[in-house]
Design a protein around this ligand. Structure first.
Ligand code: DQA
Length: 149
């Protein structure tokens, strides 16, 4: 199984960007950590872009290929209806998509308290640093409990 781990704007600067909030690891560290903790037979396809259109294209790829998604939409979380509509294509197709955040946006500025993505995501994990991705990977690979489809 392949899992797409998609990262939005400014996450390419992890490691040097606000390390007090996001930690000192960079995206390569995240990729290595996630692949190492992935179950046997699961390959991690981790990508990052600052481009909304590119991120939307990757969600089409997930939809067309039935590939589960871990998505950190970064700042797009808070205002991109275009990304939300693309995320809805994934989950409406029955493919799991877990929204993930390194920080806990609810403990930060007011504009970070709302997500336009959450309502169309399978679920949300936030606030555990890079471990958020590990938890999200576990969640996205799990069979969904009855009544939550
Ligand atoms: C983030 C939280 C967002 O509010 C912020 O814009 C980011 C990163 C996180 O992982 O904590 O870029 O998604």
């Amino acid at each position: 199984t392949r899992v797409l781990v998609l990262n939005g704007p400014n996450l390419g600067r992890l490691g040097s960007r606000e390390p007090d909030v996001y930690g000192s690891g960079n995206l390569d560290d995240l990729r290595v950590m996630l692949q190492a903790s992935a179950p046997e037979g699961v390959s991690i396809d981790l990508r990052q872009t600052n481009d909304e259109g590119e991120l939307i294209g990757w969600l089409y790829e997930a939809t067309d290929g039935s590939i589960p998604v871990v998505l950190n939409p970064a700042a797009f979380t808070h205002y991109s209806y275009a990304l939300r509509d693309a995320a809805a294509l994934v989950t409406k197709a029955g493919i799991p998509l877990v929204e993930v955040h390194i920080s806990n946006p609810h403990a930060r500025e007011t504009f970070r308290h709302s997500s336009v993505i959450s309502a169309v995501a399978t679920g949300v994990i936030a606030g555990f640093g890079f471990d958020s991705y590990r938890l999200a990977l576990d969640a996205v690979l799990r069979p969904r409990p009855a009544g939550t489809e």
